[in-house]
Design a protein around this ligand. Structure first.
Ligand code: 1HN
Length: 329
């Protein structure tokens, strides 16, 4: 107990008695604060067509709808560190280049077409492709393909904003966009190549397959704050339950199925997006045919910080956590 006088002195001195404080720092394990949430493609596509018809290039520098998870009370956040967004670029349009301290990637839907330029390197947007725009690279978009293009952007906006490290710059005479050839790293991962490699990967014991998109220069994640995997799920066979301190955004590349995420069940099909909050059990099952999912996570960053842990349902002998596979080392 702390009597009123002491409480007053603590307050005046801007100190808190830890032994009376109940909060995340005294918890035995994380309690998920994020919420599982899904955005269905038919509705996103309808909204995309509406803004494509009604919002002009003059109204919006980028015609973007952020998938704002209601669990974050109006912030531009889909998970705790990432936001996903639908972007629409009409035939004949251009979105001028800019650069920012946030890293971004694009997942190209089958409403494909157009080109993303990254430091003036042209990256055609073909269905299933992954295109990177690493932090502080100049990026713009143009669409000469004669039809409206829609894709999903993923950025680390919530993370960078929480560190108050947001910088955005437009090109100027002092800082022109460098010519093509300036950026030599791999920026576009075509789905045809990825699928070939994924299909050739041996299956895990639950029948699922996974490959990681890597930065070819150092073998690490594609970007320090954003880590991406492609998964192939076998038809009608549930994946092993898993939970991790990483939070995940899932994009359904093809197929349909169901995922149990904590106490929610999502029925998904092509182009849907849903979230798996941190430290929340998840299992997926594809229906009728194999499905391909892209997972975007903050796992690599947590690993770097020594904070990545995961637990598999097969590990637990009872309700208590009996084994935790620590991925610190
Ligand atoms: C952004 O700069 C782009 O450059 C797309 O295409 C989506 C979402 C939030 C903040 C900045 C882009 C974005 C974004």
């Amino acid at each position: 107990m702390v009597d009123g006088l002491l409480e007053e002195r603590f307050k005046e001195a801007s100190v808190l008695p830890l032994w009376l404080h109940v909060g995340p720092a005294s918890a035995h394990e994380p309690r998920p604060t994020e919420k599982p949430c899904m955005w269905s493609w038919p509705e996103l596509k309808r909204l995309g067509n509406t803004i494509g018809d009604e919002i002009s290039g003059a109204d919006a520098e980028r015609r973007v709808l952020v998938l704002a998870n209601p669990g974050f009370g109006g912030r531009l956040a889909t998970t705790g560190t990432l936001n996903a967004a639908l972007q629409v670029l009409n035939a004949g349009e251009t979105a001028a280049p800019h650069r920012h301290s946030m890293a971004a990637l694009r997942l190209i839907t089958d409403e494909d077409g157009g080109v993303t330029t990254v430091d003036d390197v042209n990256c055609p947007m073909v269905a299933g492709d992954l295109i990177l725009t690493p932090a502080w690279s100049w990026h713009g978009h143009f669409n000469n393909d004669g039809r409206r293009a829609m894709w999903i952007d993923v950025l680390d906006v919530p993370l960078v904003a929480s560190w108050n490290a947001v910088f955005i710059e437009q090109p100027s005479e002092r800082n022109p966009v460098p010519g093509a050839g300036f950026n030599t790293r791999k920026l576009r991962y075509s789905w045809a190549d990825t699928q070939r490699q994924l299909d050739a990967t041996p299956a895990n014991k639950d029948g699922s397959r996974e490959i990681r998109y890597i930065n070819l220069e150092d073998g690490g994640p594609v970007m320090p704050t954003i880590d991406v995997y492609a998964n192939r799920l076998p038809a009608d066979r549930a994946t092993e339950g898993v939970r991790s301190t990483a939070s995940t955004l899932v994009y359904v590349l093809s197929g349909s199925g169901t995922s149990t995420v904590g106490d929610k069940e999502f029925s998904w099909s092509k182009n849907d997006v849903f979230t798996i909050p941190n430290w929340t059990w998840v299992s997926h099952v594809a229906r009728d045919q194999d499905a391909y999912l892209i997972k975007v996570t903050n796992g690599a960053m947590l690993k770097t910080l020594g904070l990545l842990r995961s637990e598999h349902s097969g590990d637990a002998k009872n309700d208590q956590i009996t084994t935790i596979k620590s991925e610190r080392h």
